[in-house]
Design a protein around this ligand. Structure first.
Ligand code: GAF
Length: 384
């Protein structure tokens, strides 16, 4: 999305120049799913798809919001009337950020915002986190709040958890705020410590495809929250603060203690083995064994499908078809129940795999998927 276009849109709407233009990306997660609210490890990278915001300050306690992606005009809100779970529209994401900043004591007195995003909505690629982070970064700069990236991510997560009412973890906001071009972000969600891991597939003759199944998912509709509550119950049964505290080497003993509590066994097994998979992928990438991450991605999908039970026929079809057509690895990515899958492939095989997936979807009478190549891109930044 061109900064100039969003700036021009702002001028047309509000009749003045914006004070600046910012962007924040969507993400895909390479490995580490449903580990973030268990204090575990994740490894997302930023997409080239971004939310772009032109923003100016106001001093009169008014927030004006507009998106060129949504029908309808400018939405005008009063800052002192912003209240958690009062808004079921897209405006809850940017308004929630303003609410969270003010709740934390930051002196934000109003803003005019014009947004446009190329992050596919409802595709499990963090379109909402991109909206939150771009507004948070803009207000941090304009109001000179001096907040660091990880602090902005925390505030955006609070906006999403409390204001929007979706019980998500910290991965998506941190990915959008902190990712760097050409790298995946190895993030410890307990203390938000980070390591940028070089991830340049093109240099090694490989490609990572994103396949958006077009099955819409939503995090505030129950199943995500049930998994989260189930994990918290598992941690309580095992007497730990979070499932992160169960070392992989002690998994069997922990599962034995859970006895015939089948649900707890499945959820705990997924989270503990998934944390192990993230560490394995980091080690493989750091030792230059990129192709060897394929089987780890495949195991991750099986765990999400069979233990965590959040896949769906469309996601399984992408994974099974691409593996049968020569992919090195494949798995669902993001929250699940629809959204997108990722496929790691030799560059030479991309065409064959893409065609096979498209044909399989047509044969199953599923909506045609959207397939694109994911290149690790920049995190949130000021454009103008
Ligand atoms: C969604 C959530 F927003 C993240 O916090 C994370 O839990 C993810 O699902 C699953 O890994 O994207």
């Amino acid at each position: 999305m061109a900064a100039q276009q969003v700036r021009d849109g702002f001028v047309e709407l509000y009749g003045t120049e914006p004070e600046g233009v910012w962007s924040a990306p969507g993400r895909v997660n390479l490995i580490g799913e449903h580990t973030d609210y268990n204090d575990g490890f994740v490894m997302p990278f930023a997409l080239p798809h971004t939310a772009v915001a032109a923003v100016s300050r106001r001093e009169d306690g008014v927030l004006r919001l507009h998106s060129s992606d949504v029908e309808g005009g400018v939405v005008e809100l009063r800052l002192d009337e912003l209240a958690p779970e009062s808004d079921r529209n897209w405006t809850a994401y940017p308004a929630g950020v303003v609410w969270a900043l003010r709740e934390a004591g930051h002196p934000v007195t109003g803003a005019d915002v014009h947004l446009a995003s190329t992050v596919p909505a409802g595709a499990g690629l963090s379109s909402s986190a991109a909206l939150e982070v771009v507004v948070a970064l803009a207000l941090n700069d304009l109001y000179d709040l001096g907040l660091q990236r990880w602090q902005l991510a925390r505030l955006c997560q609070r906006a999403e958890n409390v204001y929007v009412g979706a019980p998500t973890g910290i991965m998506d906001q941190t990915a959008s705020a902190c990712c760097e071009t050409g790298h995946a972000l190895f993030l410890d969600t307990r203390d938000l410590s980070q390591k940028q891991i070089p991830f340049d597939l093109a240099a090694e003759g490989m490609v990572l495809l994103v396949v958006d199944t077009r099955v819409k998912h939503a995090h505030n509709e129950g199943e995500y929250g049930k998994r989260r509550a189930g994990c918290e119950r598992g941690a309580a049964l095992l007497g730990v603060d979070a499932l992160r505290d169960i070392p992989y080497g002690e998994l069997d003993a922990a599962l034995e203690r859970l006895g015939d509590d089948e649900e707890a066994v499945r959820l705990v097994r997924h989270v503990v083995t998934e944390d192990e998979r993230v560490e394995k992928v980091v080690a493989l990438l750091e030792s230059g064994e990129t192709r060897a991450i394929g089987p780890v991605l495949i195991a991750g999908h099986a765990s999400l499908r069979d233990d965590f039970r959040i896949s769906c026929p469309e996601l399984d079809l992408v994974v099974d078809t691409s593996l049968a057509s020569g992919a090195l690895g494949a798995r669902m990515t993001g929250g699940g129940f629809g959204g997108s899958a990722i496929v790691l492939a030799e560059a030479a095989d991309v065409e064959t795999i893409t065609k096979a997936v498209q044909e399989a979807f047509a044969a199953a009478e599923f909506t045609a998927p959207r397939v694109f190549e994911a290149v690790p891109s920049a995190g949130a930044r000021r454009l103008v």
